[in-house]
Design a protein around this ligand. Sequence first.
Ligand code: GLY
Ligand code: MN
Ligand code: MN
Length: 436
Amino acid sequence: MITAKEYAARRRELMSMMQGNSIAVIASGREKVRSKDIHYPYKQATNLTYLCGFAEPESVLVLTPGRAQGECVLFCREKDKLRETWDGYRTGPERAVIDFGVDDAFPIGDLDEILPGMLEGKERVYFSIGRDAEFDRHLMEWVNEVRGKKGRGTPPPGEFVDVDHLLSEMRLIKTAAELKLMRKAGEISARAHCRAMKVAKPGIFEYQLQAEIEHEFIHSGASAPAYTSIVGGGANGCILHYVENRKKINNGDLVLIDAGCEFENYAADITRTFPINGKFSPEQAAIYDIVLDAQLQAIAALKPGAPYSGANDATVRVITQGLRDLGILQGDVSELIEQESYKEFYMHSSGHWLGMDVHDVGDYKIDNQWRVYEPGMVVTVEPGIYISPDNKLVAEKWRGLAVRIEDDIAITKTGYEDLTSTVPKTRHDIESLMAG
Ligand code: GLY
Ligand code: MN
Ligand code: MN
């Protein structure tokens, strides 16, 4: 759980990084219609969640460092008995002050009236520039309203700064409380993968394994999958973001499952690949062992001070060498790496930042140089080999094989912590678990 104290500290830290005489305006996510009166599950704007934990739509958080009447103001929906009967509980401004630790709260309907006054006399506005066209337009309307009053000596703000830069850097380094939640998301997701391995058998449908995985998520208290679960039997594993999950998985096939839950707003992201009949064939084993070796070597490269690119470089090196040794690639390994020949079989990079968003925020380069790892960063390590069923240039026995192995790694003061280590990943351990 993220405490009210931690949320307040985040708001203070953001305000301390804002230049003088400025204001930050953080808007909620919008509800999106799925079909007629039905909405997609609501997702709060991650930055608003990060700063105060408020989960309702139609809300705006305003931070004004030094404002005498209160620095942190939340605009939110009013209580409404009828709407609450239909759509669920609303906090309302009165309760919001108590529950979310803001200094003041007003009905969202009063935003147009109150916000121009808060912008008056401010030189710059921090907001998420260009992420929500409707919000951008509103902000300009509020600015114009201040401009309209210019005769009375109140120049409108003249500088607009993307608040995401500041928030992304903050979010990139996880606190102890955040890591605790990510550990939990990792544990639940790991259990879900184990459950899928245990029930797997030839003839099962991809969606049945998806159901096992997602049952474990929800039953364990996770709010939802952090992204659409990928369950690809056989050659479907070659489609990196395969989400149809409708096919039967046949004896002799591998299945690639990429699934992770979201627990209290923090994501996990795990991939495991295993033989549906519980026993790796020689070809499956050969490809699997290259990917596992690549992943282990990449993880071994993770420690504070090491460059971000080290993990990817390790995966490229091991995969290219492995494919060359199997005769799937031919030629000199350094040249194959130079020419990026491996990209036919390994077309993504070794991972991404992980946090409240699955593909989390944070720059990968600073001044065009790979940044170095710092304690508190969390990164996925997820090499893969995908041999298209249509690739006539490789021997037939390899075609349609797909393996990805993905874990979530937190950088610590001395090295790293694997947040998803409780799902087996050696062939021996997978086969043992599947054998029961
Ligand atoms: N599950 C999406 C990814 O691994 O990046
Ligand atoms: Mn994944
Ligand atoms: Mn991933």
